[in-house]
Design a binder for this molecule. Structure first.
Ligand code: NAP
Length: 492
């Protein structure tokens, strides 16, 4: 039996996959398939549902520009609302019917003779497709720490991406490993239930005050009735977000004092939240604000002042069946271990599946041998008819900015492919080289290279010292997607 054949296969039914499907539909694609290893759409917002989960970008900005949501209940919407927004958008644009869930992709291979992608599914089935879009997200491969003894732990281990909503933390002795953006949201919630909570911190994090508030119903009704008003509000939050990204990340060499001011506000928050000087010292980072993802919370530091919450910052030596032994020899008995240990990015997400292109080029091996690179963050030489949305240089700080510029890229490129009645496109090596050299140069003035990030252990840095963030303003990025030279692609 010949494999099922599609015009386009999209891997991932999160906001990336949904956006890609909407754009393809607009371009006239009809025979589409979206596969996802999970049992529903929403990507990260489906997988993550730990207590305290919320957006860390104002929701007016953290949404598709073409689909504003007047109903956000807060400035920073909780995770459940964002998942519902994904469902609503997928239904409104009628892309859910293309989705096939519980379907993991093992590997994909370009068939040069047939000029098709062969998509091998985990169950053994193979599909073929003219176009392949991988929308597998950036933070989608959970990291489980390789700590001696962790396999022997007799209690319950829960990674934040596999939260058990029915598990009660009431009265439990809980250990949590990690103090990243996820832990900052989760720790105050766990402290409300656990009898004892020990936080294992390897690298302290800068936490700055969060200006969050409920959006009154009357305002939401007004947004629904007067969409221009909501647009204006969005422009305000977009503008503020963009200014802080450009100044404190991209132009750190000029605006370093903004990062310094943020560090001072974090210091002030620690001072007002934690009276114990030694505890404050342990919670104080020794790298610049901006090296890691900015983190906002009014309750994180305050939680450490509670008598049943303990900070362990000397490192973990091993885990025993009933507890954790820290490097200073302290043993803490616990019955539940929470892993807020984040995601493997460089190790297993670039790329998230095995991708074999023209002449047998293996994307993962090639990136590791020749440097992490992708033209405009989506296309790679030797990989025809592939748009890999979670590539190096793809990400602006706001995921939706990234998605919308990628949709524009698709529109321009695939529109031309259709106009020429062509079957394949592939970015030229020259265009890729020019783009990546420019992006690499632009990184020089960013906080990542001008700031002090040595002790930050930031996942933004690749093993070869590049950062995956795209060092251009959103405005520049968007305008490049609508005007990149079509000759940067070989279209045939
Ligand atoms: P993360 O920032 O990578 O943090 C992981 C934490 O686990 C770090 O503190 C890390 O310590 C620690 N860790 C990892 N392995 C360890 C080990 N073997 N021993 C001890 N500690 C270990 O991951 P995350 O907190 O899940 O956040 C990831 C990203 O998700 C964020 O940057 C953000 O972009 C996104 N996020 C977004 C939202 C939102 O509201 N939109 C919410 C949560 C997260 P080191 O720092 O020392 O490595």
């Amino acid at each position: 039996m010949s494999p099922e054949r599609f015009e386009a296969v999209i891997v991932g039914a999160g906001f990336g996959g949904i956006g890609a499907a909407i754009e393809l539909k607009k371009l006239g694609y009809k025979n589409l398939l979206i596969v996802d290893r999970e049992n529903d759409l929403g990507g990260t917002w489906h997988v993550n549902h730990y207590p305290g989960l919320a957006c860390d970008i104002p929701s007016s900005t953290y949404s598709y520009w073409f689909e504003p949501n007047p109903d956000w209940s807060r400035l920073y919407a909780p995770g459940g609302e964002i998942k519902r927004y994904a469902q609503d958008v997928a239904e409104k644009y009628d892309v859910r019917r293309y989705m096939r869930f519980n379907t993991a992709v093992d590997s994909v291979r370009w068939d040069e003779d047939a000029r098709l992608w062969e998509v091998a599914l985990a169950g053994g089935e193979t599909l073929t497709s003219r176009l392949l879009i991988t929308a597998t997200g950036v933070l989608s491969q959970p990291r489980t720490p390789d700590i001696p003894g962790i396999d022997q732990f007799a209690g319950r281990i829960i990674h934040t991406t596999a939260w058990d909503d029915d598990y009660s933390f009431e009265g439990r002795r809980v250990g949590i490993i990690g103090t990243g953006a996820t832990a900052v949201q989760l720790i105050p919630e766990l402290a409300k239930q656990a009898a004892e909570l020990t936080v294992y911190q390897r690298t302290p994090i800068h936490v700055v005050p969060k200006t969050d508030f409920p959006i009154p119903k009357v305002m939401r009704r007004l947004f629904a009735r007067v969409p221009r008003l909501q647009r204006a509000f969005r422009m305000l939050t977009d503008g503020m977000y963009e200014i802080s990204f450009v100044a404190s990340v991209l132009r750190y060499h000029q605006f370093w004092w903004l990062n310094w001011s943020a560090a001072q506000s974090s210091k002030m928050l620690r001072f007002t939240s934690v009276r114990d000087k030694e505890l404050r010292r342990k919670l104080t980072p020794d790298y610049d604000v901006g090296c890691k993802r900015p983190t906002f919370s009014n309750s994180y530091y305050r939680t450490f002042a509670k008598p049943h919450v303990h900070l362990q910052s000397t490192g973990i030596e091993r885990i025993e069946p009933d507890g954790v032994v820290a490097s200073d020899g302290t043993t803490t008995e616990i019955d539940t271990l929470v892993l807020a240990t984040g995601f493997d990015l460089w190790e297993s997400n670039f790329p998230a599946i095995e991708i074999i292109g023209r002449d047998g080029r293996n994307l993962g091996k090639w990136w590791r041998n020749c440097g992490f690179q992708a033209y405009q963050g989506v296309s790679i030489p030797y990989f025809p008819n592939l748009l890999n949305l979670a590539s190096p240089y793809a990400v602006s700080l706001n995921f939706f900015d990234m998605m919308e510029y990628q949709m524009r890229h698709m529109n321009r490129l695939l529109g031309e492919v259709r106009r020429l009645n062509a079957t394949t496109f592939e970015v030229t090596e020259d265009a890729n080289e020019r783009f990546c050299s420019r992006l690499s140069r632009l990184q020089r003035n960013t906080v990542f290279h001008r700031g002090d990030c040595a002790n930050s252990r930031s996942y933004y840095f690749s093993p070869d010292g590049q950062t995956y963030l795209r060092a251009t303003s959103t405005r520049t990025t968007v305008s490049e997607q609508t005007s990149f030279p079509l000759t940067d692609y070989a279209i045939s």
